[in-house]
Design a protein around this ligand. Structure first.
Ligand SMILES: [Fe+2]
Ligand SMILES: [Fe+2]
Length: 307
């Protein structure tokens, strides 16, 4: 099948399945995007895992534990979707360890207080939902179906985070200050999660043409800001952007310029926790070697018995 026929299928909104013909560029783009997404789910377990043993109540601990486990599940769906494109799990993990594959930079910031669990659920999962809702309609079948399942859980994540923020904002003045401080630290990194501005995003063109992405970085960022400003107001917290203002003409919020030097510095490995996150993953992976070996020999044994 030619590229032209492929594009016609995309334009007819047909889903592309793993065994279908696809241009190499499409396959490569998907492997990069889906694996980056999978790595983000898994690395994202670390900043929150940091607080499981210090949650302020049994209820809070159970909710956080369930949330972090959900993220492991998201990682697994996504690695599986990625493997259907002809790349092995082992290869994906080694790309993460060598730095060839990236994950979302938001997870390279430390979690300093319990309020950060609120800010992450509310803002980070909130930003993830905006992106993932649009990815439910992505053109690659396994990715699209994975997203449908993931989105249901993400909305629980966003709500549990917002509940923590709302509770702290209504608590003592120290608790409210902690909530505001978490918002101050996570706001800008959260809106940078959508990636560079469209004008600096060279791959957006192909991703839109192939309907891998349905909305551009800037469209998604605007959507997230528009829906989050109101939520901050309701719980009495202030978004740390002096340029944030409703624009009647555009029917959207205007907002300030992001610090792109910081963005690229964190992407390129110089964030506060890049090394820590990656080293922790490598150690956990090495420690799990015996589990992979045991699983493999068990399945070989079962096969032997079956034959
Ligand atoms: Fe997730
Ligand atoms: Fe999540």
């Amino acid at each position: 099948m030619t590229e032209e026929k492929f594009q016609k299928r995309i334009d007819r909104e047909e889903k592309i399945e793993p065994k279908d013909w696809m241009p190499e560029g499409y396959r490569k783009h998907l492997i990069r995007q889906i694996s980056q997404h999978a790595h983000s789910e898994i690395i994202g377990m670390q900043p929150e895992g940091n607080w499981i043993s210090r949650a302020p109540s049994l209820r809070a601990k159970m909710i956080l534990l369930a949330k972090v486990q959900d993220e492991a599940g998201h990682g697994l769906y996504l690695y599986s979707a990625c493997e259907t494109l002809g790349v092995s799990r082992q290869e994906l993990v080694s790309q993460l360890h060598s730095g060839k594959a990236k994950y979302s930079s938001i997870f390279n910031y430390p979690t300093l207080s319990w309020a950060d669990m609120g800010a992450i659920g509310w803002l980070v999962d909130g930003a993830a939902i905006v992106n993932q809702v649009s990815l439910q309609r992505t053109s690659f079948g396994p990715y699209s179906r994975g997203m449908v399942k993931i989105c249901k859980e993400e909305s629980f994540h966003q709500r549990q985070g917002y509940e923590i923020m709302a509770q702290m904002a209504q608590g003592t003045s120290e608790q409210k200050a902690m909530a505001q401080d978490a918002l101050n630290r996570f706001w800008w990194p959260s809106i940078m999660m959508f990636g560079p501005n469209d004008s600096d995003s060279p791959r957006t063109g192909n991703a839109m043409k192939w309907k891998i992405k349905r909305k551009t970085n800037d469209e998604l960022r605007q959507e997230f800001i528009d829906k989050t400003v109101n939520q901050a107001e309701i719980i009495g917290l202030t978004i740390p952007d002096k340029d944030l203002k409703w624009n009647d003409e555009r029917q959207h919020y205007d907002f300030g310029e992001m610090d792109w030097d910081e963005f690229w510095s964190v992407v390129n490995g110089n964030g506060p926790c890049n090394k820590q996150r990656l080293n922790h993953h490598k150690k956990a992976h090495d420690d799990g070697q015996w589990v992979r070996e045991a699983a493999k020999s068990y399945s070989q044994k079962k096969e032997l018995i079956a034959n």
